[in-house]
Ligand binder design. Structure first.
Ligand code: ADP
Ligand code: MG
Length: 586
């Protein structure tokens, strides 16, 4: 269905210039195509990765001016200036990304505004670039002997690039790198815990968006045959964002829908509003502003979402059944100390959340970590997994110090975890969410993904994801969107995701919360089986029946302090533990 639509769209594009369509509409379609390229980048950057840029028009300008300057001054072929533009853009985007993407929150939008403004004024003040008049007489592109100097000729080059970019983007989103980029939106903690270098993928998303804008600029220069700073200012950057939001910022084809809608509306409004209001001016900006508010309030997912909901969902054909298994790490010998926590302490200001706690977890052992709410259990998890840095103390994984490592480095060394509050990507399928857990076991990069050269590895990753889902009893739901699952299955999905990373130690934070009795029993069976396979498990859980029947040893915490450590029998017999749980003095 979707493939047929795409083919129909391509065929339509191929015949449009042959039809007696007025030149005006060919020109409009060409602008829509150039806008679509830029908005496609914003879909990835803003819609998928959750990062906002107000500087995309400046990247378009970079591509356009590089092309215009090099062709006019040095007579360089346009087929080379496109690469020069990409190099210049890469440099600018990396510098900008490097500086801002490490910082959280509003730094990127602010930095991109500054970047957009400064490039605009720079272009407008440089003598060699013709100041605000710009550069004129940019040559047309030659395709072999055909001079692409009419709208109809140019149309083909442009739309081939647009369609290829959209297909490449679709491929990217459906890959190991794509899952990592999609994981950025929900905050970096979960992605890092799955071994994803989130900074790297932020830079990649930013770079791809900038490069698409740059290609659009190259096309722009050779289509208009002249450049000046005005289409590359902050107003146009905001318009690009507007197109992305109207179109549907989470969907690849929303870029096209948004670019088309805004361009057509803009023309109509520019024609009608001045007559209507009896005065000339850029009144369409006001209408756009009102529309933007309405869209954000009533149709957050944009126009394309309406189309998307009416299309059948792409259920991936199961082509990974015979893919070779991923290599597995060697498990520690039974009884070996896997996790060694030594006098670990965490202070939040004056609050001692974890007070010099020591305990060990051995291979093939399930250890329960229990205690009343606020005892410091989740904080202990965060210290072991590198989400928080310990105030002092040592954590060793199989003898090696890990307390100073980053979360993703710890993940790579074999600790995987689930979260007390489920962290997932609700718009990805269960299978894709679990495959994110196997991220560190793959290599495939962005370019390979776009060119679909990653399929062998992808099949291996998906096979591993499915294997873990079968293990946890969730394979019936693998094609559902994770956000549609009930809380219990979502927790199970997190466990499958953690297992997909091939860990030596599994940290589960309240895995049974929200599970029904039968589901709890099934979970207990799975955990026992994992233990028998040599995995070590550290478990925070409030369901005492489950804990007592499952674990080999228990560590009890209260007010950040280790109260007692022992077998379930010893702990149950302890008056101190009863007092802690019943809240009586002891
Ligand atoms: P548990 O998981 O055992 O219920 P937590 O580890 O979540 O307990 O919390 C232990 C204590 O540390 C609580 O008093 C909590 O309010 C505090 N705490 C946890 N995280 C933070 C934080 N990021 N900043 C300040 N205080 C925190
Ligand atoms: Mg907790």
């Amino acid at each position: 269905m979707r493939r047929k639509l795409l083919i129909a769209f391509v065929v339509l594009l191929a015949i449009v210039p042959q039809l007696p369509v007025p030149e005006f509409w060919i020109t409009q379609l060409n602008y829509i195509g150039m806008y679509t390229l830029v908005v496609l980048g914003l879909v990835l950057l803003t819609g998928i990765a959750g990062l906002t840029s107000f500087g995309q028009a400046a990247f378009v300008g970079l591509g356009a001016y590089t092309a215009a300057y090099l062709t006019l001054t040095y007579d360089v072929s346009p087929w080379l200036t496109i690469f020069a533009g990409l190099v210049v853009t890469t440099f600018a985007a990396l510098v900008l990304g490097w500086v801002t993407l490490r910082m959280s929150g509003h730094f990127l939008p602010l930095a991109t505004i500054a970047w957009g403004l400064s490039l605009y004024y720079l272009l407008g003040n440089m003598e060699v670039l013709g100041k605000y008049d710009g550069l004129m007489g940019v040559p047309a592109i030659y395709f072999f002997n055909i001079e692409l100097n009419t709208g109809r000729h140019f149309f083909y080059l442009l739309w081939v690039i647009v369609v290829l970019a959209a297909i490449g983007m679709t491929h990217l989103l459906d890959s190991r790198s794509g899952r990592a980029i999609r994981a950025l939106k929900g905050g970096v903690t979960m992605a890092e815990a799955m071994g994803v270098n989130t900074f790297r993928y932020k830079v990649i998303a930013f770079l791809i968006a900038a490069l698409l804008a740059s290609v659009s600029g190259w096309l722009f220069a050779h289509f208009q045959r002249s450049v000046n700073p005005s289409p590359f200012g902050i107003k146009m950057s905001i318009e690009y964002l507007f197109m992305a939001v109207i179109g549907g910022v989470g969907h690849v084809w929303g870029a096209l829908a948004g670019a088309a809608l805004v361009k057509v509306m803009e023309d109509q409004l520019q024609a009608w509003l001045p007559t209507l209001l009896g005065a000339s001016g850029n009144y369409e900006v006001i209408v756009f502003g009102i529309l933007l508010v309405l869209v954000l309030k009533y149709a957050r997912d944009g126009v394309w979402d309406f189309v998307e909901q009416r299309l059948p969902r792409n259920v991936r054909a199961r082509d990974w059944g015979d893919a070779p298994r991923l290599p597995e790490s060697t498990r520690p010998a039974h009884g070996e100390v896997v996790l060694d926590v030594q006098a670990v302490r965490k202070e939040f200001g004056g609050l001692v959340a974890v007070n010099d706690v020591s305990f060990q977890v051995r291979a093939g052992e399930i250890v329960g970590l229990i205690g009343p709410n606020g005892a410091g259990k989740s904080t202990t998890f965060n210290l072991v997994t590198g989400v928080l840095r310990a105030t002092r103390g040592e954590v060793r994984l199989r003898g090696k110090r890990i307390e100073a490592l980053r979360s993703r480095e710890i993940a790579r060394r074999g600790i995987s975890r689930t979260f007390q509050h489920v962290k997932m990507i609700p718009t990805m399928t269960v299978l894709e969410n679990v495959a994110l857990g196997a991220h560190r076991r793959g290599r495939g990069g962005v370019v390979r993904a776009m060119l679909r050269l990653d399929r062998d590895e992808e099949r291996r990753l998906l096979r591993e994801a499915e294997r873990q889902l079968v293990r946890i009893g969730l394979d019936d739901h693998m094609h559902e969107l994770a956000g549609n699952l009930a809380l219990g299955p979502q927790r199970l999905m997190e466990i499958a995701r953690a297992l997909a990373s091939d860990p030596a130690l599994l940290l589960l934070d309240e895995p049974a919360a929200g599970l029904r009795l039968l589901e709890k029993q099934a979970l207990a069976d799975v955990l026992r089986q994992l233990r028998d396979e040599g995995l070590s498990i550290l478990l925070v859980e409030h369901d005492m029946d489950l804990v007592m029947g499952l674990v080999d040893r228990i560590v009890v915490m209260e007010f950040g302090t280790l109260l007692i450590e022992g077998t379930p029998e010893q702990v149950q017999a302890s008056p101190a533990v009863r007092a802690a749980y019943l809240g009586t003095e002891h």
